[in-house]
Write a protein that binds this ligand. Structure first.
Ligand SMILES: [Fe+2]
Length: 165
């Protein structure tokens, strides 16, 4: 199932996430989608990844998730910032091994011609979402989904990505 929640996190927390994501992008040693395996990379340019440590914004983000009835109960979680560069994408997949995959978008302006659309298969149809600041997309039950290649020049598609077990 795909659940979409607009204005999902409190704005002060979103602003902190935005500041922190920009800071870590400039200052941290980021890992990349190389670790995802060839079937999930294919022809993609790099997606850079920052893993939020414990006792950080991570805990506040998870607290906001816990109170949402749409989010399944979980015992393990990974919270990351994802930075999608021009030409990056992820092919169709199902987040196998996780109870839920949750994405919260950080860009304040993103258009349908910028690429980086979230597509998913539901009722024998392919449906799509355009990233929107503070919109949360919750994927549960192994729904087939992908992110189309980012086309936009000059700014990176940034998101908070959470996987729950
Ligand atoms: Fe996914």
């Amino acid at each position: 199932m795909i659940t979409v929640i607009k204005d999902s996190l409190p704005l002060p927390l979103m602003r902190q996430c935005l500041d922190e994501s920009q800071k870590q992008f400039l200052e941290s040693n980021l890992r990349t989608n190389c670790g995802w395996g060839q079937e999930l990379v294919q022809e993609s340019t790099p997606v850079f990844i920052y893993d939020l440590p414990e006792e950080s914004l991570r805990d506040q983000i998870l607290e906001c998730l816990c109170v949402r009835k749409e989010v399944p109960e979980f015992t393990e979680s990974n919270v990351m910032f994802h930075y999608w560069t021009r030409g990056s994408y992820i092919p169709w997949h199902t987040d196998e091994g996780y109870k839920a995959g949750v994405t919260i978008y950080l860009n304040d302006r993103w258009g349908r011609d910028d690429g980086g659309l979230f597509l998913y298969r539901e009722d024998e149809q392919i449906k799509g979402l355009i990233p929107e600041f503070n919109m949360m997309v919750i994927q549960t039950g192994g729904i087939d989904h992908c992110v189309t290649p980012v086309i936009r020049v000059g700014s990176i598609r940034a998101s908070i990505q959470i996987f729950l077990k």
